[in-house]
Write a protein that binds this ligand. Structure first.
Ligand code: CA
Length: 68
């Protein structure tokens, strides 16, 4: 019997340009939004509090270089 996993892929936190890798291209986007107020959870607001700040940067850097 074949089981198919329909679990949706986990959101790739930090992959801002959705190319599957968290790299310098994402960092450029991240820094472009740093300090800005955005809709919670969008763009570089990785923590979902509506502000792109050092908390988001810490999360971003923790995932830097990973693929997903
Ligand atoms: Ca990317």
């Amino acid at each position: 019997m074949l089981f198919v996993d329909f679990t949706p892929p986990a959101p790739c936190v930090g992959d801002l340009n959705n190319d599957g890798v968290i790299n310098t291209a994402d960092l450029a986007q991240f820094l472009g939004q740093f300090g800005q107020t955005v809709a919670p959870g969008t763009g570089a607001d990785l923590t979902g509090d509506g502000v792109v700040n050092t908390a988001d940067l810490a999360l971003f850097l923790g995932r830097f270089g990973q693929s997903c």
